[in-house]
Ligand binder design. Structure first.
Ligand code: S3P
Length: 449
C-alpha cells in the first residue's frame, strides 16, 4: 500500500454489547515465513489460511520477483513453487514492501545471504524505520550494502556473496526480525550460524525451518535461562511442505479487548495460536481480572490453538514486567486501551522497542490516550495508565501515523468510551486485518466512516 490515496477516517461509537463468534485472519508472522521458505525450497509449498493482507502480499510479490512461482487456489489457499537455497534470480524491479517491516527485514536476510542484487523500498513508515540492526550482521556475513538512505534506512540495495560467512551473533535487541534475518542468510553459509538472544522472541522461523527440513538446535542461554542460542546448519536442501496458518493472536487482541470493555459482551474467538512466545497479552489480561476461557485446545499446523471465550469484565491495574515484552510486543497499544478502563494503575515496563514499530507507538499511544481524556505518563521506557474503573471520556481524534495497530486499538476504545472516538486514517488496517471492519460490525460494533 503506497498510501498515495486520500486518508480514510473512521469513527467508533459506544453501543450495545458485542456478541458472536469470529475467526481472525491467519498469523502475519507465519504467513510471511511461509512465502519466504516456499521461495527457498524445492518443490511445492501448499499454504492454508494465509493472511491476505497487504504486508504479506508484498512479501509474496517479492518472492515471485526473486524467482518463485505461485498460484492462489482460493481464499487463503496458495501454492508456492520455490527455487531452493542458492537458486534466486536478480529481481527486475525494486522490491516495494509498502508498510511491511517483517517482510522487508526477513527478505533482506534472504537476499543478503545469496548471490543476488536487490533494492528494497517501502512507504513513509518503512522509510523511517531502522535497518542497521539487519545490515550490521549481514555485513559480517559478507553482504555488500551498495546503497542506503541516511541512517541505514530504505531505499537500500544489497548484494549477497556466493556463499554467506557463518557467524555467531548476539542480537542487540530482543527482535525476532533480527534473529530471522541472520538465520535466513545463514541458509547459504557453509557451516553453523548461531544467533544468541538475551530474551526468547517468537520462534516461528526456527519451527518452520525445521518443518522445511533444516537442522536447527535451540538451547537455553544466559544466567536465568530466559535467553536462547539458536544454531542452524547451513546449506540444507529445503523441501516444500504443507503449512496451515493458525489465527493471529495479535489480530485476535482487538475483538478480545473490545469484548472485555463493552459491558454485557460475550464473544468467542476461534482457532487462536497459543504459542507461549505470543500470549503475553492474555496472561496480562487474566491478571487484570479478565474473563477469558481457553476452549478446545488442539494442535493445528504444528502450533497449539484454542477458542477463546471472552466476557465483559471489571479490570484492575497491574504491573507488566519488561521480561514479558517480547511475548506481547505488538499488543501494547490495545493493552493501554484495556488499562484505560481498569480500576487503578497499569505500569508497562521496558517498552523501548515500541519506538521503532510502524510508528513511534509509545508516542502515538500517549497522544491517543490524551486526546480521549485518559490520565497517563511516559516515564523513561515505561507507560503508566491510570484508570478509575469507569469509561474514559473519548471524543478525541487519534493520529494513526500509518500504523494499523494504533488504528485498531483506538477504534476498540471508542466502542466503550462516553463519546465516540475517531481515527484520522483506517487504510493501514488492511496490512494485517483486512476484514476488521465487517468482522467487528458482525459482532455489533458501531464502527464506520
Ligand atoms: C515480528 C517480530 C516483531 C513484531 C512484528 C512481527 C516477526 O518485531 O513486532 O510485528 O514476525 O518476526 P521485532 O522482531 O522487531 O520485535
Amino acid at each position: 500500500m503506497s498510501h498515495d490515496s486520500e486518508p480514510t477516517p473512521l469513527t467508533a461509537a459506544p453501543g450495545a454489547p458485542l456478541r458472536g463468534r469470529l475467526r481472525p485472519p491467519g498469523d502475519k508472522s507465519i504467513s510471511h515465513r511461509a512465502m519466504i521458505l516456499g521461495l527457498l525450497s524445492i518443490g511445492e509449498t501448499r499454504v492454508e489460511g494465509l493472511l491476505e493482507g497487504d504486508d504479506v502480499l508484498r512479501t509474496a510479490a517479492s518472492a515471485r520477483a526473486l524467482g518463485a512461482s505461485m498460484e492462489r487456489l482460493g481464499e487463503g489457499r496458495w501454492v508456492v513453487r520455490g527455487v531452493g537455497v542458492g537458486g534466486l534470480s536478480d529481481p527486475a524491479e525494486t522490491l516495494d514492501f509498502g508498510n511491511a517491516g517483517t517482510g522487508s527485514r526477513l527478505m533482506m536476510g534472504v537476499v543478503g545471504g545469496q548471490p543476488v542484487t536487490a533494492t528494497f523500498d517501502g512507504d513513509a513508515s518503512l522509510r523511517s524505520r531502522p535497518m542497521r540492526r539487519i545490515l550490521d550482521p549481514l555485513r559480517l556475513m559478507g553482504t555488500q550494502v551498495l546503497a542506503e538512505a541516511e541512517g541505514g534506512r530504505v531505499p537500500l540495495t544489497l548484494r549477497g556473496p556466493r556463499e554467506a560467512i557463518p557467524i555467531s551473533y548476539e542480537t542487540p535487541a530482543a527482535s525476532a526480525q533480527i534473529k530471522s534475518a541472520v538465520l535466513l542468510a545463514g541458509l547459504n553459509a557453509p557451516g553453523a550460524t548461531t544467533v544468541i538472544e538475551a530474551a526468547a522472541t517468537r520462534d516461528h522461523t526456527e519451527r518452520m525451518l525445521r518443518l522445511f527440513g533444516a537442522e536447527v538446535s535451540v538451547v537455553p542461554h544466559g544466567p536465568d535461562g530466559h535467553g536462547r542460542a539458536i544454531t542452524l546448519t547451513g546449506q540444507p536442501t529445503l523441501r516444500g511442505t504443507d503449512v496451515v496458518v493458525p489465527a493471529d493472536p495479535s489480530s485476535a487482541a482487538f475483538p478480545l479487548v473490545a469484548a472485555l470493555i463493552v459491558p454485557g459482551s460475550e464473544v468467542t474467538i476461534e482457532g487462536v495460536m497459543m504459542n507461549p512466545l505470543r500470549t503475553g497479552l492474555i496472561t496480562t489480561l487474566i491478571e487484570m481480572g479478565a474473563d477469558i476461557e481457553r476452549l478446545r485446545e488442539r494442535e493445528e499446523g504444528g502450533e497449539t490453538v484454542a477458542d477463546l471465550r471472552v466476557r465483559a469484565s471489571r479490570l484492575r491495574g497491574v504491573d507488566v514486567p519488561a521480561e514479558r515484552a517480547p511475548a506481547m510486543i505488538d499488543e501494547y497499544p490495545v493493552l493501554a486501551v484495556a488499562a484505560a478502563f481498569a480500576e487503578g494503575t497499569t505500569r508497562m515496563h521496558g517498552l523501548h522497542e515500541l519506538r521503532v514499530k510502524e510508528s513511534d507507538r509509545l508516542a502515538a499511544v500517549a497522544a491517543g490516550l490524551k486526546a480521549n481524556g485518559v490520565a497517563h505518563l511516559i516515564q523513561g521506557d515505561d507507560l503508566i495508565v491510570h484508570g478509575d474503573g469507569t469509561a474514559p471520556a473519548g471524543g478525541g481524534t487519534v493520529a494513526t501515523h500509518l500504523d494499523h495497530r494504533i488504528a485498531m486499538a483506538f477504534l476498540v476504545m471508542g466502542l466503550a468510551t462516553a463519546k465516540p472516538v475517531t481515527i484520522d486514517d483506517g487504510a493501514m488496517i488492511a496490512t494485517s486485518f483486512p476484514s476488521f471492519l465487517p468482522t467487528m460490525q458482525a459482532l455489533g460494533a458501531g464502527i464506520g466512516a
